[in-house]
Write a protein that binds this ligand. Structure first.
Ligand code: ADP
Ligand code: FBP
Ligand code: MG
Length: 319
């Protein structure tokens, strides 16, 4: 193995830069040439390769976003698109590639591996919706961004004694909502993994008010549906007035936490090690603080479960 490549794909996540840095520097440390592919699978198809040096990844460990840029590529979903991508990898004599991205990017990566290109996946998505890893790069930072927002909303919610719905990201999963809900002391957490019951939500609000509670924070994962619609339903059933804040893409930006930087550094370096060991179609993960790796196909075949005990605890602690 002489030449390896790295790209970021799908939604950007804080810590992706730290992962890129780790791939580049541990690759160079082990005498590899490292190429960065700009704009994810789009750049792979459009031949946007750059030879990276040690200094190419200087001053990025603390930055959100991705220096390599990212994209969602429709063309890569087609066989013709993937063949173009493979031809470019061959043209640059690439012996293996590290894909930093989420579940969709891994589905693409696995197809590339089937075409004969060694591929290692590094999980980078704020959603934390990838099985066989307790954390994905960006999740911790996103959760911290959400609790910072909840703290601020709580100040004004209390002052006006308001019911507040905070909509958070998570395309089809409730990991951000649950973790931020528990850490932010939310009264109710609505996640797609658990059927929603608005009568229970409303009776909890009313019970809280009877004990003198001055605010109600309800965290809604976007995968449940629009917080705006849910607020209208709560208002029409209960007669209560509600406010809604949709946090949106603010959750994707910002400087990564120490946790995400360390995770990204370890995972990026592990990906290079796996390529050097001749592995392919593997995904790096973390369990009990140890870096591990699993087959991507196996990972994609299963769904990451939500921690129902944590969900119940969030309910108990907000009685
Ligand atoms: N089933 C698939 N086959 C091939 N490529 C895919 C597949 N699913 C996703 N991709 C590629 O991966 C890209 C990123 O996936 P996406 O789901 O948007 O983000 P993420 O990787 O963050 O989950 C897509 O734009 C597409 O190019
Ligand atoms: O920025 P976009 O393209 O609208 O995507 C929004 C989606 O991306 C995410 O922020 C991250 O998801 P992915 O990692 O799958 O891209 C989701 O939480 C959200 O639903
Ligand atoms: Mg995804």
């Amino acid at each position: 193995m002489n030449n390896i490549a790295v790209l970021t794909s799908g939604g950007d996540a804080p810590g992706m830069n730290a992962a890129i840095r780790a791939v580049v520097r541990s690759g160079i440390y082990q005498d590899l040439n490292v190429f960065g592919i700009m704009q994810g699978y789009t750049g792979l198809i459009e031949d946007k390769f750059q030879h990276l040096k040690v200094s190419s990844v200087a001053d990025i460990i603390h930055r959100g976003g991705t220096k390599l840029l990212t994209s969602r590529s429709e063309e890569f979903r087609t066989e013709a698109g993937r063949k173009k991508a493979l031809a470019n990898l061959r043209k640059h004599n690439i012996d293996g590639i590290v894909v930093i991205g989420g579940d969709g990017s891994f589905a693409g990566a696995s197809k590339l591996a089937k075409l004969g290109m060694p591929v290692i996946g590094v999980p980078g998505t704020i959603d934390n919706d990838i099985p066989f890893t307790e954390a994905t790069i960006g999740f911790d930072t996103a959760v911290n961004t959400v609790i910072d927002a909840i703290n601020k909303i709580r100040d004004t919610a209390t002052s006006h004694q308001r019911v507040w719905l905070v909509e958070v990201m998570g395309r089809s999963s409730g990991h951000i909502a649950l973790e931020a809900g528990l850490a932010g002391g939310a009264e109710t957490v609505l996640i797609p993994e658990v059927p929603k019951d608005l009568e229970t939500v409303i009776s909890k609000i009313k019970k809280g008010r009877r004990r003198g509670k001055l605010h109600n924070i309800i965290v809604v994962a976007e995968g449940v549906g629009s917080a705006m619609d849910i607020s209208k339903d709560i208002e029409s059933i209960s007669g209560l007035q509600t406010k809604v804040t949709i946090l949106g893409h603010i959750q994707r930006g910002g400087t990564p936490t120490a946790f995400d930087r360390v995770l990204a550094s370890r995972m990026g370096a592990e990906a290079v090690k796996l390529l050097l060991e001749g592995k392919s179609n593997r995904m790096v993960g973390i369990a009990n603080r140890a870096i591990q790796n699993v087959d991507i196909t196996e990972a994609l075949a299963s769904k990451k479960e939500i921690d129902l005990e944590m969900y119940q605890l969030a309910g108990v602690l907000s009685i």
